[in-house]
Design a protein around this ligand. Structure first.
Ligand SMILES: [Zn+2]
Length: 218
């Protein structure tokens, strides 16, 4: 057990630094949900996910596994007690070293915000297979926020306020990491993402108009 923990402590920051510094050049893929399902034993990508809002956030790779999962503060695929997670002192206290920067500056602040924002909702801990629907395109209804997010249609509309697909294209062209679905012709996943984006933009622009019409009717 001690060896397992020591090995892991060394490996997690190295793994994450690759994302932070954008060292992995070219078209880096973010794991497809199906791949995540196969990796479930490898303890790589684990998240907190609000099933009410369909938003999820990176929980901190193995760091979350050691300090939340192993002490049984959380359990994969199960609803989370936000109070219990906030009380997990070790999870919130990584070392004050450069190798823990990714946790102190990126992962933990975003997790804290996420838990505070969704604390009255149903939050699940686990990998994507634990909360995404098995439906092929179900992931397009979700939004990842926080550390190194998979860029999805809702992110472009709700967080970045994009209104055209050209804005999405030029944004993605500037990223070191291209989302896996972007280049994929298989199953028209790129087109489905684009359609989803379009619907989101339309529903956003439709809403203020109807409010305006109602207001004028009075
Ligand atoms: Zn929520």
């Amino acid at each position: 057990m001690a060896n397992h923990i020591l090995n892991g402590l060394g490996a997690a920051p190295i793994l994450a630094q690759g994302f932070i510094n954008g060292k992995r050049k070219g078209r880096q893929r973010t794991a497809h949900p199906k791949e995540n399902a196969m990796q479930s034993l490898a303890t790589v990508n684990i998240y907190f996910a609000c099933t009410d809002c369909r938003v999820y956030v990176d929980a901190g790779y193995r760091w979350a596994s050691w300090w939340l999962e192993e002490p049984r503060i959380v359990k994969r695929g199960n609803p989370v007690s936000v109070e219990a997670v906030f009380s997990a002192r070790e999870y919130w206290s990584p070392s004050n070293t450069d190798s823990a920067d990714w946790l102190r500056k990126e992962v933990l602040p975003s997790v804290r915000r996420f838990l505070a924002e969704h604390r009255r909702h149903r939050i699940v801990f686990g990998n994507t297979a634990d909360f995404l629907s098995s439906d092929e395109d179900g992931f397009l209804d979700w939004m990842q926020v926080g550390f190194s997010p998979l860029l999805l249609p809702r992110y472009f509309v709700e967080l970045l306020g994009f209104q055209t697909w050209d804005q999405v294209s030029s944004f993605i062209a500037r990223q070191d990491n291209t989302p896996w679905w972007w280049m994929l012709e298989w199953d028209n996943i790129h087109d489905k993402a684009r359609n989803k984006f379009q619907k989101l933009v339309e529903s956003r622009t439709a809403r203020p108009k109807s409010v305006h019409c109602k207001a004028r009717a009075h």
